[in-house]
Ligand binder design. Structure first.
Ligand code: IPM
Ligand code: MG
Length: 357
């Protein structure tokens, strides 16, 4: 098969980690007889530096013409003082919305060989930790109207709008239930229905959709309680489905409890097969350019791309197995290093994964 991939290397460690993922994709292509064509796309801080805007139209066009998009990370202190609409993060939101990527899939899983890195007590993880957060990605507070203004008394005031309609809620609900069917068949819907109207609508729609999936166990949970349950007993969750902002916050928490945020991939999907795949960690400007960054989350994101966008399950599993093998052999980048293990650079880690395919 021949597939075109738009590549957003982005800022900070983005170019290094994406470089390693591309090596892995090329190797897997060679092994299984696929060819991947990579086209670099400017987005984020580097795009601001070169063109004056975080997401040039040309970048959107290339992504729309590609079969899928692989992204490293965007942003950094250099651009922190820019006004909201000109910041590198705007590129991410722009890409998500231009490509119609309403479903953000963020798995959190305890890697067997990295169990010691988990910051939770043994008791808390006695039921394991293998969950997926399905986050609505192009609605809610992120995309509602916002403004900062002086009120009638001259007091500076700001407003952000949280808005959802039932169609937006229903389509993300279906993604969660379909995903649960391929896993342990349990969906937890997270909201703040004791306060928010959007959450009450969310709950109503989720219950409606749940009736169509009698084989999937279903419960509601308030977001504050969910934040607590994630550290108390994360093993109770299989698929968590929630709105944009709650999903942003809970997915950082869920990744950190695995102890290895540098290992966690994500995918953002829309109606078609095109998706955007990226590690969930950021651009880590403090270690950029030193070949220290862990490329595994990006490599695993590339594996997700093969699985979800290209229907290449065998190839995806092959990459995931190679990563596990390298970890089992005791190789670690600095972020997941522990006593008795062999520390390697980011590029060595990439090479080891390729070697073990
Ligand atoms: C994420 C990030 C982004 C978000 C930022 C960088 C805009 O935190 O992907 O979780 O809030 O969605
Ligand atoms: Mg986030």
């Amino acid at each position: 098969m021949n597939k075109t991939i738009a590549v957003v290397k982005g800022d900070g460690i983005g170019p290094e980690i994406v470089g390693e993922a591309i090596k892995v994709l090329e190797a897997i292509g060679k092994k299984y007889g696929h060819s991947f064509t990579f086209t670099d796309v400017l987005a984020g801080g580097c795009a601001i530096d070169q063109t004056g805007e975080p997401l040039p139209q040309e970048s959107i066009d290339i992504c729309l013409k590609s079969d899928s998009v692989l992204l490293g990370a965007v942003g950094g202190p250099k651009w922190d003082n820019l006004e909201g609409s000109r910041r590198p993060e705007k590129a991410l939101l722009g890409l998500r919305s231009a490509l119609g990527l309403f479903a953000n899939i963020r798995p959190s899983k305890l890697f067997k060989s990295l169990e010691d890195a988990c910051p939770l007590s043994r008791e808390s993880v006695q039921n394991g930790l293998d969950l997926v957060i399905v986050r609505e990605l192009i609605g809610g507070l992120y995309f509602g109207d916002r403004k900062t203004y002086l009120d009638e008394n001259g007091v500076e005031t700001a407003v952000d709008t949280l808005i959802y309609n039932e169609k937006e809620i229903e389509r993300i609900a279906r993604v969660a239930f379909d995903m649960a069917r391929k896993r342990r068949k349990k969906v937890t819907s997270v909201d703040k229905a004791n306060i928010l109207d959007t959450s009450r609508l969310w709950r109503k729609v989720l219950h409606r959709v749940a009736e169509e999936y009698p084989d999937v166990e279903f419960n509601d949970m308030l977001v504050d309680n969910t934040a607590m349950q994630l550290v108390r007993n994360p093993g109770q969750f299989d698929v968590i489905v929630t709105e944009n902002m709650f999903g942003d916050i809970l997915s950082d928490e869920a990744s950190m409890v695995t102890g290895s945020i540098g290992m966690i991939p994500s995918s953002s999907l829309g109606e078609g097969s095109r998706g955007l795949y990226e590690p969930i960690h950021g651009s880590a400007p403090d270690i950029a350019g030193q070949d220290k960054a862990n490329p595994i989350a990006t490599i695993l994101s590339a594996a997700m791309m093969l699985r979800y966008s290209f229907d290449m399950e065998k190839e995806a599993a092959d990459i995931e197995n190679a990563v596990s093998k390298v970890l089992d052999m005791g190789y670690r980048t600095g972020d997941i290093m522990s006593e008795g293990m062999k520390q390697v650079s980011g590029s060595e880690m990439g090479r080891l994964v390729v070697e073990n395919l």
